[in-house]
Design a protein around this ligand. Structure first.
Ligand code: FAD
Length: 427
């Protein structure tokens, strides 16, 4: 078993992995380009939602996307950009919008999520301090038709104990009086949880420090040193950071690092927007999904967080005011107490997206000591602890965690190897 792991990326995935490896007795160094507490891991809705395991590329998505493309404030937008990786990515995602790939992705994510909630409970027991809510999630819809679509994708989750119970509009309003009359149907998902994502990142960082993890902040990894099939160090500025095993957990920026290590991974950013409302004009007890608008609303200590929209094609953190206004408009439609003219201070986060909608977890093909933990799309918070378990089992050589590693097979980076390379491996 290796002694020293170097993890690139101090987002929720890198931190969860550092925490798990440190508990397993490895010496761990985490390298991050920022001062920490940055990126999508703090700019998200904080939902722990196995019930939302449906992959992004889905049958029918193309039609919806084309309708939405005409509106700059819609839940999905593809920014025209000539970058070849972006174009290849979008074409590949379109190819995955079919019933067979969708069903395969959904079933794989259901299995992966089997222990998600209990792993978050274990964080608490281990002394990770974070804001953790067990009030469940409600999904609110304007039409029964949309409710039934979500109910169908939630149905396979029953096998792992996550329920989506149909409710009428009035039953929803009994639970959350702030929902407006336009809400006519919904789902109650009592097993789902939510966290304050910043508190989770801070809590994992603090617990990692207690376990002896070394953090190297403000170091952007720009290169990778190899000796034959092994990586010996990552390079940040004029510093070389050596280790026995390397984990690439750089979120939407993982693709270029994997390329430096000799393998092409199609991870592209899916920009999301959000804001925190502290006016108290609306209060909620549950995390609420504004179904048709695809907006997540999260009640946190002293504020209500709104998050949503998916914008492909931008790597920067710039805020397009149309997209932020789209969230405000939807918030008012579903929660009339929220002012239609609100001008909140927004933020953005880059989701690490993959063309098949599945995360990338496992050994990097062609390298003996590099693993990838990235591409978690809309579920990086939810899947952080199980990802860490898989990476730890793979670093240790799979002992004692064969169930975990078997559930990880669909997420292997190997699925992105060229057909010729895959055939050569099976010969
Ligand atoms: C609006 C929005 C809402 C969301 N809501 C939810 C939700 O409710 N539930 C859920 O489960 N998921 C949600 N997600 C998705 C989730 O936030 C992401 O999947 C997750 O944060 C990805 O974590 P990460 O650690 O892989 O990446 P990041 O958080 O992006 O972290 C990557 C880290 O790597 C560092 N880095 C990058 N390149 C380098 C380099 N070259 N050298 C050194 N360091 C580098 C960065 O500085 C960063 O700290 C949401 C995302 C968004 C945007």
């Amino acid at each position: 078993m290796p002694d020293h792991a170097v993890i690139v990326g101090a987002g929720v995935i890198g931190l969860a992995t550092a925490h798990r490896l440190a508990l397993d007795g490895l010496s761990v160094t985490v390298v991050d380009a920022t001062r920490g507490e940055a990126g999508a891991s703090v700019h998200n809705a904080g939902w722990i939602v196995p019930i939302m395991s449906a992959p992004v590329p889905a049958p029918g998505m193309i039609g919806k996307a084309l309708r939405w493309m005409a509106r700059k404030d819609s839940p999905l937008y593809v920014r025209p950009t000539p970058r070849p990786e972006h174009v290849r990515f979008m074409l590949s995602m379109l190819r995955h919008c079919n019933p067979r790939d969708f069903q395969h992705g959904l079933e794989s994510l259901v299995s992966l999520n089997e222990r998600t909630v209990s792993l978050f409970d274990e964080y608490e027991k281990d002394g990770v301090r974070f804001e953790y809510h067990r009030t469940g999630q409600l999904m609110a819809f304007h039409t029964r038709e949309t409710m039934r679509e979500y109910q169908a994708t939630a149905a396979p989750l029953e096998r792992i104990g996550h329920l989506a119970v149909p409710l009428s509009g009035d039953e929803l309003r009994d639970l959350e009086p702030a929902l407006g009359k336009q809400v006519r149907a919904g789902l109650q998902c009592p097993q789902e949880r939510h966290v304050d994502p910043t508190s989770l990142v801070k809590g994992l960082t603090a617990r990692c420090r207690e376990l002896g993890v070394r953090f190297l902040h403000n170091r952007r990894v720009t290169d990778i040193r190899h000796r034959g099939p092994a990586v010996t160090a990552v390079v940040a500025g004029d510093e070389e950071i050596h280790g026995d095993v390397f984990v690439l957990a750089a979120g939407a920026h993982t693709g270029p690092l994997a390329r430096k290590a000799g393998f092409s991974l199609p991870i592209q950013p899916g920009k999301g927007y959000g804001f925190d409302d502290t006016t108290g004009s609306v209060t909620l007890r549950h995390a609420v999904y504004l179904g048709e608008a695809k907006v997540a609303v999260t009640p946190l200590s002293g504020r209500l967080r709104f998050a949503g929209t998916m914008e492909f094609g931008s790597f920067d953190a710039a805020i397009d005011p149309h997209r932020l206004r789209g969230i405000v408009r939807s918030a008012h439609e579903f929660l009339p107490g929220f002012a239609a003219g609100a001008r909140p201070h927004g933020w953005t986060g880059l989701r690490p997206m993959t063309p098949d909608g599945l995360p990338v977890i496992g050994p990097l093909p062609g390298k003996d000591n590099v693993l990838v933990a990235s591409g978690h799309c809309m579920l990086g918070v939810t899947l952080a602890p199980v990802t860490a378990e898989i990476i730890a089992a793979q670093v240790k050589g799979g002992q004692g965690a064969s169930g975990t590693t078997a559930a990880a097979a669909p997420f292997s980076p190997q699925r992105f190897a060229s057909r010729r390379a895959r055939t050569a491996r099976t010969d």
